[in-house]
Design a binder for this molecule. Structure first.
Ligand code: IPE
Ligand code: IPE
Ligand code: MG
Length: 255
């Protein structure tokens, strides 16, 4: 079968794709297995999608791997996930380097166990000079945590006289978010048939195109990604304007 990849317009790729990797637990339970078995297989999807994005030339890929709220899951699952995370990072760093992929992490790192922080820092350092795909792992992340943290830091800087409240703009706020170095996602994908954002990039997704699929994360592969990108390319992104305005903008001579 011909790959959907051939239909993608490479000139109009989303620069930044964000994915809520959901459905590992149900995928496993449906097979009569333990939830951790689903997380384990989810890693294969991560590998495939990272590779797919790098091959296409997507510049930023954010993967929601663990939310602030996920700490409230049973200790057995949380520990299993942390071990899987460390093991995967250890194994994959070499491949990231081979493919010129730069790793980033957003989230409340202090919540992670010491051994995970150590492993992450090593991998961040080892991939820091890479110039290809930026792979952003959202770990122990939630948008409300990020926004509260930003507000606290801004308040501190106002108190220290570093910024004046009347000069605060959207740009200022963006500088205090974990994502200050990245453009906003243009496409947000959630797998497993849930239609919600679950505290993910609430500010940054303001104008993202949302794509939901019933496919569980461990079954999500490059072809599914291509399908999401093709769907994205069919849409008209109006940013509050009218369709006519956009058509007129297109017909204006480029200066
Ligand atoms: C997503 O799969 C992975 C994490 C949240 C860590 P889930 O573990 O949420 O799987 P479901 O949604 O229960 O099927
Ligand atoms: C969102 O999935 C978080 C991640 C995928 C890491 P959840 O499974 O935790 O979200 P809810 O509980 O269904 O909203
Ligand atoms: Mg879930």
């Amino acid at each position: 079968m011909e790959s959907l990849k051939t239909h993608i317009d490479l000139q109009r790729l989303p620069r930044h794709i964000a994915i809520i990797m959901d459905g590992n637990g149900r995928w496993a339970r449906e097979k009569g297995q333990d939830r951790l078995y689903g997380h384990f297989h989810g890693v294969e999807s991560v590998r495939d999608i990272v590779e797919g994005c790098a091959e296409l030339g997507v510049e930023y890929l954010t993967l929601y791997a663990f939310s602030t709220e996920n700490w409230d899951r049973p200790a057995y699952e949380v520990t299993g996930l942390m071990e899987l995370l460390v093991e995967t990072i250890r194994k994959e760093t070499e491949t990231l380097n081979k493919n010129n992929i730069k790793l980033h992490v957003i989230g409340d790192m202090q919540m992670l166990p010491e051994y995970a922080i150590k492993e992450l820092n090593e991998s961040l350092e080892m991939t820091a000079a890479n110039t290809g795909l930026n792979l952003i792992m959202a770990l122990s992340y939630s948008s409300r945590w990020e926004l509260v943290r930003a507000v606290k830091q801004i308040a501190q800087d106002v108190e220290n006289g570093k910024i004046k409240p009347e000069l605060i703009t959207q740009d200022t706020l963006e500088q205090y978010l974990c994502t200050s170095q990245f453009p906003d996602p243009e496409l947000m994908v959630r797998t497993s048939g849930e239609y919600r954002i679950s505290n993910f990039l609430l500010y940054q997704l303001a104008y993202a195109e949302l794509y939901f699929t019933n496919t569980r994360w461990p079954d999500f592969r490059k072809e599914n990604l291509y399908e999401a990108i093709l769907d994205f390319q069919k849409r008209e992104r109006r940013f509050g304007k009218t369709s006519d305005q956009l058509q007129n903008d297109l017909t204006l001579p480029a200066n």
